[in-house]
Ligand binder design. Structure first.
Ligand code: G4P
Length: 530
């Protein structure tokens, strides 16, 4: 297979959903189709239960499992599928946002009864801003849920999408009979026997034929015809180009648990989903079929085994091939590095690979060279943009609780921040360090890891901030000088040395914006539209 064919057969995507909508179950069924696992229950649930906030073992378990499930790759119909894991827990939302910079498309899972939920809204918004192609899967059709049209409406309204159904349910919950697959023009009948996952597919392209009555009964046949007529009247025809541009989102209905509608989703997905897309670097747009290698780090994972202190940096290959033992340029450090044991991921295993292609993820053992967002190339000085930090929701001073271990503490903080566990801000006024996180859980993770991996102890103290706003660099005019003087107490530098304003309330933020209109404040460390 030549280089172009290798690229064309890759599908790298993420599944996003609100916790409990069925992401893990769907992932598992997809792996079953790919023959990557043999039995249900093999993909461990990587959820943190709500009660586990202070359970360190649970945190460790989460870390361990998320390494194993960071990338799940399998072959299906000769396509190489890479599923990138996106944690559903909101405290790890930042991890998910970063992973979304490495996907070429996503599948959004929605619970038929709950409809669009909060976490889905946030994640879809990020995908929409980046015009990532999305397919929507409405799950749990075996349960009573909302009316299909109401759901499609809700998806359009709340998620700002423009949908078109590619399948349509016949009944729902107790009365769920099956699905009419608009994309393939066939009917899938639901057996209701979840243990055996039996389903029957009947090719059926003339919905007006009276045979329909014979298959699903008189009432359901009429209802389906009416629904399809309405759907065709209301929704535009599926347009692959529009989907690829992020302007239209096809919708499938099914039940992941019962393995119903999953094959149809997968077949359509491999057919329409994009192979690796070009990526914008600060310098230029880089096409996947360029011969020279380039890639970027979107995730860093600490080693679970305390005897091996190295970390695994996950690189998404954007262009060219990545080869074992070949020297590559680490652009930020301006240093050539060679990797003797790059890991590729297959199902739940990692193995050493000699060559990887655009769309693939390689895991590189790292002893502290990498930060999230770093670029690696064959030699060209490229920097991939678009891995912004988002404003944290929680802020605390971090104090050294063991004066003998100051060095260890700062090294630990430094490395944990490189991994993207949280964000560090240093106050301009007095140099005190503040840790900002998306969820409260991270403080425990940090404290635990500082102690167990670096032998350092820390304590926290509340810092009353509401949001971190990155101050866009500007010339030193009078207004900017006054802003800096008046807000001195609330100004800090982030890890990259960018100026950040830590607003203590929504009100003070609004007042600041009104008072200093030329000072531009952003809620992300860089524009997110890339
Ligand atoms: P998540 O990764 O999005 O958080 O969701 P997950 O797949 O873990 O699914 C959440 C719950 O929903 C699980 O039940 C799962 O079995 C159930 N589920 C998933 N798909 C379907 C479906 O199509 N129909 C029905 N009826 N249920 C579905 P649980 O009881 O929370 O966990 P478990 O004990 O079954 O693992």
């Amino acid at each position: 297979m030549d280089f172009e064919q290798e690229i064309a057969r890759r599908r790298t995507f993420g599944i996003i959903s609100h916790p409990d909508a069925g992401k893990t179950t769907l992932t598992e069924k997809l792996l079953l189709f790919g023959g990557a696992i043999q039995e249900a229950g093999a993909v461990k649930n990587n959820k943190i239960k709500k009660s586990a906030t202070s359970d360190f073992m649970e945190i460790e378990r989460q870390r361990g499992i998320s390494v194993a499930t960071s990338v799940l790759a399998f072959l299906y119909n000769d396509k190489k599928i890479n599923i990138l894991d996106t944690p559903g827990h909101k405290d790890f939302a930042e991890d998910t946002f970063r992973t979304l910079t490495a996907v070429d498309s996503v599948i959004v899972v929605i619970d038929v009864a709950k409809g669009v939920e909060e976490q889905t809204e946030k994640l879809v918004e990020v995908c929409r801003m980046r015009s990532i192609p999305m397919i929507v899967f409405i799950n749990k059709l075996d349960r009573e849920g909302k009316d299909a049209f109401d759901l499609l409406d809700e998806v359009e309204q709340k998620l700002g999408l423009s949908v078109t159904p590619l399948s349509f349910p016949i009944g729902m919950g107790y009365d769920f009979k099956g699905i009419y697959n608009i994309y393939e023009k066939n009917i899938n009948l639901f057996s209701g026997n979840s243990k055996q996952n039996i389903e029957e597919t009947i090719a059926f392209d003339d919905i007006e034929s009276t045979e329909l009555e014979g298959i699903i009964g008189e009432n359901s046949a009429q209802e389906l015809r009416d629904n399809l007529e309405l759907a065709t009247g209301v929704y535009p025809e599926f347009d692959k180009e529009a989907y690829l541009e992020g302007a239209q989102q096809p919708v499938f209905f099914g039940s992941a648990l019962n393995n119903f509608g999953v094959r149809e989703l997968l077949d359509c997905f491999v057919d329409i989903a994009p192979s690796p897309r070009p990526k914008k670097a600060e310098e230029r747009l880089v096409a996947s079929n360029e011969k020279d290698f380039s890639g970027f780090v979107f995730k860093i994972h600490a080693n679970m085994d305390p005897k091996h202190r190295d970390r695994l940096a996950f690189i998404k290959i954007v262009s060219g091939t990545f080869e074992r033992n070949k020297p590559y340029l680490h652009v930020r450090l301006d240093k050539k590095l060679k990797f003797s044991s790059p890991n590729a991921f297959f199902a739940e295993k990692k193995e050493i690979v000699d060559i990887s292609y655009p769309g693939d993820i390689v895991g590189l053992h790292d002893t502290g060279n990498f930060k999230i967002g770093d670029t690696l190339t064959s030699g060209e000085k490229l920097s991939y943009t678009g891995i912004p930090s988002f404003s944290p929701e929680h802020f605390r001073y971090i104090n050294n609780a063991d004066p003998m271990k100051a060095k260890q503490l700062y090294k630990g903080i430094d490395q944990l921040m490189d991994e993207g566990v949280a964000q560090l801000f240093t106050l301009e006024l007095n140099g005190r360090k503040i840790i900002g996180t998306v969820g409260a859980l991270q403080y425990e993770v940090i404290q635990y890891r500082l102690e167990h991996e670096y032998g350092a102890k820390c304590s926290y103290e509340n810092f009353p901030a509401h949001k971190a706003c990155w101050v866009e660099p500007m010339e030193e005019n009078e207004e900017f000088k006054e802003f800096k003087r008046v807000k001195q107490k609330f100004l800090a530098k982030d890890k990259r040395g960018q100026l950040v304003f830590l607003a203590d309330s929504a009100f003070s933020l609004q007042m600041t914006q009104q008072k200093y209109p030329t000072v531009r404040l952003r809620f992300t460390s860089e524009p997110t539209t890339v």
